[in-house]
Design a protein. Structure first.
Length: 417
């Protein structure tokens, strides 16, 4: 086998190794260093360096080098017009022949001249300079042949494309992170706006301070217990916060009346779910069901609720959850016309009205969540909301167990979809 064939074979294997190197290594700089050493090894070159061009800074940054000592450590300046010139030149620049262009380049870059390089390989991708490979003489001190230059150009193309793809990927990742941050910011603003609304609703209704926020939290706890996804849980929490938003346009004297409602007042008050729907339907929510959850939070599964008299499965699952959360908070807080009920009575009310007013699966999930907190299996969220009004909650454990066994496995009409 003659030397040329041997060299050719060696080059092929170097290229194959390089491809492997690029696909195997996760550490980009290490991949580049290895590729570069393969390149030096393929032609037994003693000294060389790979630099990356930073377009914004107008400098060449050293990524890997061998045999240059400290002399190439500083970033080399490379003005934009020089970079463009190099990119347009495209291929390998032999410096020993000192073409005019190369000569001028070296005059402009004394630092390069001082490290005695024989070859400049501009790394160009899509007509843009990505970096430069600088090479010193071969170990044999022979001149570079045309064939050598071809080999080097092929290897350098690999390195250039490697750097370019890596930076593109980094840019995409960076943009994705930035977008995520913007999106998170918007979500935060949305949530804060919703909470501000909830506070506004509750201020209007001075007997039910904090009601909307608590209903949001109870709804969240129930939905979580029912295995809803994070996104759905977030949606129903917001629906809970906003379920009474329609009260903002109901006559204030009706809401704050210390008496039970008269028939006329009841009629005025019963406008609030549809009024809420009208308000919420105009907003583009991240969770499409929110307006419907507000509209149907006074429906009953026996069809005797309002505003539309929907039955069973016609009522969106989210609305059924908000209904129970709403009733639970109403019964566990003082109202103008009655005091809060003992917890046993609240649960008895649930038992009596499950299947007519409430969905069994929702009642069951609520009781499971409640019991899990009492028995320490879950973080005390529901209990923390209750402790302001109740000194003791453990005594309802038997009742909770009873309700769970009554309604467990009930037709699960209240699933997310
Ligand atoms: Fe309501």
């Amino acid at each position: 086998m003659d030397t040329n064939t041997q060299r050719l074979l060696h080059t092929f294997s170097a290229l194959a190794d390089l491809g492997q190197e690029i696909s195997d290594t996760n550490d980009f700089e290490e991949m580049l260093r290895n590729s570069f050493h393969l390149l030096l090894g393929s032609l037994a070159i003693r000294r060389g360096a790979v630099t990356e061009y930073d377009r914004e800074a107008g400098t060449l940054r050293l990524i890997a080098s061998r045999g240059f000592g400290e002399s190439t450590n500083d970033a080399l300046e490379l003005p934009a017009d020089h970079a463009r010139e190099l990119a347009s030149f495209g291929s390998t620049m032999t410096l020993d022949g000192a073409t005019r262009r190369a000569q001028r380049f070296l005059e402009d870059h004394k630092a390069l001249a001082s490290i005695e390089i024989d070859l400049l390989l501009p790394l160009v991708v899509r007509e843009r300079l990505i970096g430069i490979v600088l090479l010193g003489e071969k170990a044999s001190a022979e001149k570079y042949t045309d064939e050598d230059l071809e080999v080097l150009s092929a290897l350098a193309r690999h390195i250039g494309v490697g750097i370019h793809s890596h930076r593109l990927l980094e840019e995409v990742e960076h943009k994705a992170i930035e977008n995520q941050r913007l999106y998170d910011g918007l979500r935060k603003i949305y949530k804060e706006t919703v909470q501000a609304f909830a506070a506004a609703i509750d201020i209007k209704d001075r007997y039910t301070q904090g009601h909307s926020v608590r209903v949001g939290k109870y709804s969240e706890i129930i939905a979580r217990e029912m295995g809803w996804s994070d996104e759905e849980v977030e949606g129903i929490t917001i629906a809970g916060y906003l379920h009474d938003i329609g009260k903002l346009i109901v006559d204030l004297s009706v809401i704050n009346s210390p008496e039970r409602f008269s028939a006329k007042d009841s009629k005025e008050m019963s406008r609030h779910p549809s009024a809420g729907y009208e308000i919420l339907a105009r907003i583009n929510h991240p969770y499409a069901e929110i307006p419907l959850m507000a509209r149907y939070h006074h429906e009953r599964i026996d069809g005797n609720g309002y505003p539309d008299g929907l039955k069973g499965d016609q009522i969106p699952p989210g609305a059924k959850i908000v209904t129970l959360a709403d009733s639970f908070d109403a019964m566990t807080t003082d109202r103008p016309y009655r005091k809060k009920l003992p917890l046993e009575d609240v649960l008895e009310d649930f038992r009596a009205n499950t299947g007519t007013q409430f969905d069994p699966a929702v009642v069951c999930a609520f009781c499971r969540a409640f019991l899990n907190e009492i028995e320490g299996r879950k973080e005390k969220r529901l209990l923390n909301l209750l402790k302001k009004n109740y000194d003791e909650v453990e005594s309802v454990t038997p009742l909770l167990n009873q309700l769970i066994s009554d309604f467990d496995g009930a037709s699960l009409t209240a699933t997310a979809h």
